[in-house]
Structures are given as structure tokens and as C-alpha cells.
Design a protein. Sequence first.
Length: 522
Amino acid sequence: QGKFGRYKKEDRFTVERVGSTIVYKKNDVVFYTSATPTDSALYVDTAIYTSGGEISNVKLIGLGPPDITPPTTPTVLQATAVSSSQIDLSWSASTDNTGVTGYRIYRDGTEIATIAATTYSDTGLSVLTTYSYTVSAYDAAGNESNQSSSVLVTTLSLPVNNPPVLDTIADITVTEGDTVTLIPTANDPDGDTLTYTYSGWMTSASYTTSYGDAGIHTVTVTVSDGILTDSQVVTITVVDVDVAPVLDPIANITVNEGETVTLNPTATDPGGDTLTYTYTGWMTSSSYTTNYNDSGTHAVTVTVSDGTLTDSQVVTVIVLNGNRPPVLDTIANITVNEGVTITFNPTATDPDGDTLTYTYTGWMTSASYTTNYNDAGIHTVTVTVSDGSLTDSQVVTITVNDDPNQVTSITWVDTVGVIVNGNTITKNVPDGWGNGGAASLESFTGDGGVEFVATQTDTYRMCGLSSTNTDADYASIEYALYLRPNGELQVYENGVIQGGFGRYKKGDRFRVERVGSTIVYK
């Protein structure tokens, strides 16, 4: 009921009834009141939550003498049998010095109920059975009066129930789509409340037929008074009505030349008839594979029939001018020697006259490639022609024969400040240009070149070709690749540095070649 300030240890509290008011005090000061009946017995009642908690110096103030006076004995007990299973009781109220709390009902000497009222209905009894009843009163102190004088009463016999009788219900004839409504009537000799139920073809009083209900049906109508029943079987004839089938909407169709047009029409038929579909116009069946002469807009009439009635739709079929793939002319396999340039000149035809492009994959990625002295072997190149959408491909075998004129071992001459070990030369004198190098005894005319591998990245090196001077001085090299220790790649020609040309790394392979009248650096 709210918060009423704070308390402290040793505060003294009082809860009192003064007349019809409950008064709450702290240290004899009233801080809250509420109403209460004046005639009810009150007891000291406590509750403690905390373990070890206590309420100290509890005293009962103003306690009168204990109530030992019972209420007066109930009188004028009456018992009336109202049915085969119920007896109603009533009696005059008792009095008490503090007030009557309630009454105890006894049947055949056994308490069966406790109530505050002066009437009671005893139910669930046996048919034509005699029972003895008494009643006593009790107060709040638990004092109980003497039991009243007993009364004897016998339950009634079971009533006689007569069955209801249905009035005659005529048979019914309707057409598919009509509503059948049953309005049965009946009479009951006992005037009981009647209910109607339906079984068989109908389970309620009303049913709207559909276009699959044609035929003869039976419905059993039953009337009940809750115990007894009467029934009739009603014949309902539903006359067939032929209703046309309805095609579901069919979307127009767009395809490319060469694709298949397939019609999958669906329809509903209210009568559930078997349906057939026919096609007229540009198509005479549900499926047609177009060819490269079918581009354009066409109309197909789709018709559904239930055998008597029909429904039709016109479907527009648009056939787009299709794209046909190009066809590569046969490309012969190729055999060349190392150092020879391979050139592809493929040709193809396209039925649609589209612009064609050619691509190359595999050993070659362009139409032309100059073989080198490491290319000996058998290789494959896939040549592909495309019209932008469709393609055709051929695999061409290229055989590169080993060139017998290739020199793989070099005889080193004019060696200065180097150690020769096969095709490897290593400088063994102090750093500086002009005091370390070598030249080949062999030479070549026509196309050819020198190839080497970078096994280091921390020294200055030059390697290339010269036509005259073959001494060990770098200044005499006419066409050389210049590898710097910072990883920069340059070209050195007749004393002039060209580039840089990016970076190199350990393991890179380099070549200086003469191809015709051109020096090529790779």
C-alpha cells in the first residue's frame, strides 16, 4: 500500500482493529488506516524472509474471551425431488454471537458439501432412491451447531421420451450450378428441442452444385430430440450442363532460327470433360523446329475442345534471323626447320556473311612466329574463327626440324683474364672493363645469333655479336646486351648504350640475333 517513511532498530509497531477500522502505528503514531468487518475473528499472522530474522516482543492487545458459542441449529429443512437425479434443499438461517460462517450438508450421515447460502442442489443421484438429509451451521471460531432434524426424500422416475417424426421430404432435381437447399420439418410429442443432421452426398442443409456433379445422389436427413431420432433418404438428381472449356492465356513466343517452338497449352473445363488440343496456321502440331528460312512473324491458332464446345487463342510466334556458325577451310599441317618463320593464312566461310576474326592458341598465339634453335619438336596450334558469337576450330600440327647448322659448342679464342669451362667463361682478374673477355672461333653468315643465360645479378656483363674486332675489350663489341648489377637491362651498340629495357632476374635467357638485315634482341 505504498511506502510510509523509514524505520530503525528498536522501533515499536502496532496493528489494531478499532471498530471497523484497521489502524497502523509506529511508536504509537498512526500512519495508515483501512476498513475491516467488525464481527470477524482476527489472528496474529507473521512471515519472515531472511534466515535468522526475528520479530521481537509480540503481544496480543485487547484480546477478549475465546468464542465457544456455536450457532443456533438450522430449522425448517425442506427437501424436494426435482428430477430422477436431483434433490433441492432449503432451510432457515441460523444465528451466532459473532456471525454464522457457513453450513454443512449431510446426506445419509456423510458430509457432502460446505456452503454459505441456505439453499443447495444435490445432483448425480440414482433414480427412485430415498435419501436422508441434515444441515448444521458453524462460525469463524469453528463452533458447529447440532444437525437439523432429518428429512427423507425419493428421486423421481425417468420421464417417458417419445421420438420426433420427420415430415415427408420430396426428392429434388436441379441443374449443374444450382444450389440444393433442404428445409426439413418435424414434430415432437414431448415438445423437445430438435436438431437436424445430414449425411451422404450432402453434410449440411445447403450445397451449391458444380460442373462435375451430374448424376443421382442420396442424402440422409436425420432429426433428433437429443435421444431419439427419425430419418429419411432424399434423392437428388443433378442434370448435366455442357459448358465450354476455357484456354489459359498463352504468351507469344520469340525464338531464333534453328530453335524449336513448343506449345504446352492448358485449359479448364467446368464439367471435367476430356480435352483435346489442335493447331492451325503456321504450325499444325504442338512442336516445330525452325529452319534458316523461317525468320519473321507467324500466327498459330490453338483450339481446345471437350468434344462439343471449343475455345481458341491466336499465338504470335516471332522467329529471329538466326546466326549460323562460320566454317574453317581445311588447314594443312606444317613442317619447317629451326629459324624459319611460320605464317598462318586461314580462310573460312560464313553463311550469314558476318565479319570473321581468327585467333590462335597453344604453341602459337598469333598468325606468325619465327622459330628458334630451341623449337625442334612437334607442336599443336588451335586456329579458331569467330563471327562474334559462334566459332569453328581446327588443330594444326607443326613439326620443327632441328637445324644441322646450329652451333651449340663454342671454341673460345682471344681469351683475356677469364677461365673457360665449356660454354661458360668466368673472369679471374680484378674488376674493370678491357681486361677480361673472350670471342668465338666459329662464325656464321646469314641468319643466326648467340644465346646465354643470366646466372648472376650482381656483376656487369656484356654478350653479343661483332663482325670484325674480336679482342677482349667491351668497346669493340658491336651488338651486345648489357646486364647491370642493379638488375637493369640495356643494349650496347658500338660504344653507345640504348635503353633501359626493364629489369632482368636470375635464370632469364637472352638472345642477340641477325634476322635478314635486322639485329634482334630477345
